[in-house]
Every structure is written in C-alpha cells, then in structure tokens.
Design a binder for this molecule. Structure first.
Ligand SMILES: [Cu+2]
Length: 146
C-alpha cells in the first residue's frame, strides 16, 4: 500500500517537472581540429507561452541562439536575444534554421560524446525555468535526418 502510494507520488513529481517545456532529440555537430564553435539542435515544445532566452554548457564558454537569414545570395547567421515557443507547437532548432551555437569550445567534440546543455526559458508569467538536456555529438556531415 505504502509502496504503491510512493510510486504514484514519484510519477506525479516527474509529470510536474516535464509538464511545461520539453526538449527532445538534442544533438551537437562534431568539430574538426581548430574549430571553436558547434551548432546544437533539438526540438522544443511548450504547453504554454514561453521563450528560450539562452543556454550554457560546461563544454563551451558561452551559447547563443542563432537565426539564419538570406542576405543577397548568402545565408548568414546572427545571434538573437530570444526565441518564442508558441504553446503546443514544436519549435525545431535545426541546420539551416534557428539553432543554438556553442561558442569557445573547451575541447573538440567527437561523434558519440555527450554534451550537457542547460536551457534558460522564460514562461509567460516571467518565471525563469532551467531545462537540462544531454545532446549527443553526431558526425560533422550530419543533417539532422536520422
Ligand atoms: Cu550559428
């Protein structure tokens, strides 16, 4: 009886922790020698109004949210201060679109390495929430399609 109750309580706690904003399918592109930045990609879903404000990772000096824009014939990326997460919609951070950029990498990233990333998300009521994800490093040529 006591065990069963405990099980339900733990389940409820887990649901509460994951209820608001979820990050899935996180991966980071592997690097070559001398490269100090790497793109990080994932799927973000929020059940309420929220914005991604940034991230930090022990693998990098800093992390930025980047958007891609065509300037003439050239695709360029630039840092943006936040990325809106509309309720109930999955926002994909992916190659060629919005992505996370790990800057000042502390060491090269090899296929199969695991990179912890802490996402900073602001909810609609201005509460700041931290979401911990572990991203797997994929090879340099990875496109995001499994
Ligand atoms: Cu970038």
């Amino acid at each position: 009886m006591t065990r069963a109750f405990l099980g339900v309580a733990l389940l409820a706690a887990a649901a509460a922790a994951h209820g608001q904003v979820e990050a899935r399918a996180a991966w980071v592109r592997g690097t070559v020698r001398g490269q100090t930045t790497a793109g990080a990609y994932m799927e973000l879903t929020s059940d309420r109004r929220a914005s991604l404000l940034g991230a930090e990772s022990p693998a990098a000096g800093s992390a930025e949210i980047h958007e891609m824009r065509m300037e003439g014939n050239v695709m360029r990326m630039r840092a943006v201060p936040r990325l809106d997460l509309p309720p109930g919609k999955t926002v994909e951070l992916k190659p060629g679109g919005h992505h996370m950029m790990l800057v000042d990498l502390k060491r090269p990233l090899k296929k199969g390495d695991l990179v912890p990333i802490r996402l900073k998300v602001e909810l609609g009521d201005k509460t700041i929430k931290t979401i911990q994800v572990v991203a797997e490093v994929r090879e340099l040529a990875a496109t995001g399609r499994p």
